[in-house]
Design a binder for this molecule. Structure first.
Ligand SMILES: NC(=O)c1ccc[n+]([C@@H]2O[C@H](COP(=O)([O-])OP(=O)(O)OC[C@H]3O[C@@H](n4cnc5c(N)ncnc54)[C@H](O)[C@@H]3O)[C@@H](O)[C@H]2O)c1
Length: 275
């Protein structure tokens, strides 16, 4: 490169897996689709909940971007492989693969069965391998590609309540990105994870309701805000901007890293008196 990189993603084909939101509002995958499309990418918004993916596409269209919907279940390898093959067949390429699905089971670890563990691991980890392996041949042929994984602060810290299978598989997801990055660096395919802090998405009202003791949802959100050094949880947009940056040529020499986007949460030891 002889000067500053092009900022945009015009003409790039981006597949986002987990592109909806499990409750109304802006989930991280939805925000990522909107940010990638804003920067000019043609986005394939894939989700198990087709209606949620359609809503994402409608929002992209509303902002003047280009997106299409696809149905996928990351717990079904064949469905993931068929999705990636379909994107390549229809668009002739795949430039950006963002794996965003994350499942977990909070609560004491003795409540997590081996079947729960396998399901969480299949979604958070195995599906990354299946999707990446389906995309890599086309990326190699193109001479470029970007693979990004949404990881979590639970990969590097105890998140404040028991979330063992989630944290362990997210840690593995970050390592997946680090190790695969080295393997693919000679092919100009960059692989990174985003270590998202406490993020205020519609999901937390659904999945974390019981993880914050007797607090109601409003109190739970307030406790999460207070525990962050910046006094607020992150938003889905905070993660989406990092994803758009990593997908772009501006991040052309960034690979194998875990980009922490947590408002300083992992940089501090919060004392009880502070929160
Ligand atoms: N919200 C947070 O505080 C937070 C913090 C750190 C990391 N994350 C991670 O960010 C990602 C998105 O989180 P979110 O809060 O927006 O949650 P979300 O659950 O709303 O988004 C995940 C999307 O994946 C889809 N999905 C679920 N199971 C699927 C399957 N089997 N196949 C295909 N799609 C499936 C859901 O329908 C949903 O649209 C997850 O990986 C999560 O672990 C979230």
């Amino acid at each position: 490169m002889t000067g500053p990189a092009e900022a945009g993603l015009a003409g790039r084909v981006a597949l986002v897996i987990g592109a909806g939101s499990i409750a109304p509002g802006i989930g991280i995958g939805r925000a990522i689709c909107l940010a990638l499309a804003r920067d000019g990418a043609i986005v394939v918004a894939a989700d198990r909940e087709i209606a949620a993916a359609e809503e994402t596409c409608a929002m992209v269209a509303e902002q003047g971007g280009q997106a299409e919907t696809a149905e996928v279940d990351v717990l079904d390898d064949a469905s993931v492989e068929a999705l990636v093959a379909d994107v390549i067949e229809r668009h002739g390429r795949i430039d950006i693969l963002h794996c965003n699905v994350g499942l977990g089971k909070s609560g004491p670890s003795d409540g997590t069965t081996a079947d729960d563990w396998r399901r969480i691991s299949d979604a958070n980890l195995t599906s990354l391998h299946v999707a990446a392996q389906a995309a890599i041949p086309a990326m190699r042929e193109q001479g470029r590609g970007v693979i990004t994984v949404t990881s979590s602060i639970a990969a590097i810290r105890y998140p404040g309540f028991p979330h063992l299978a989630y944290g362990a598989t997210k840690a593995a997801a970050s390592h997946f990105a680090t190790a695969l990055a080295v393997e693919l660096a000679p092919d100009n395919i960059r692989v990174n994870s985003i270590v998202a802090g406490l993020i205020d998405t519609p999901r937390i009202g659904v999945t974390l309701a019981k993880s914050y003791g007797d607090r109601d949802e409003k109190q739970m959100r307030a406790a999460r805000d207070a525990s962050c050094p910046m006094g607020r949880m992150g938003s889905a947009w905070d993660i989406a901007e990092a994803a758009a940056f990593l997908a772009s040529d501006r991040a052309g020499y960034i690979t194998g890293t875990s980009l922490v986007v947590d408002g300083g949460l992992s940089a501090t030891v919060r004392q009880p008196a502070e929160i």
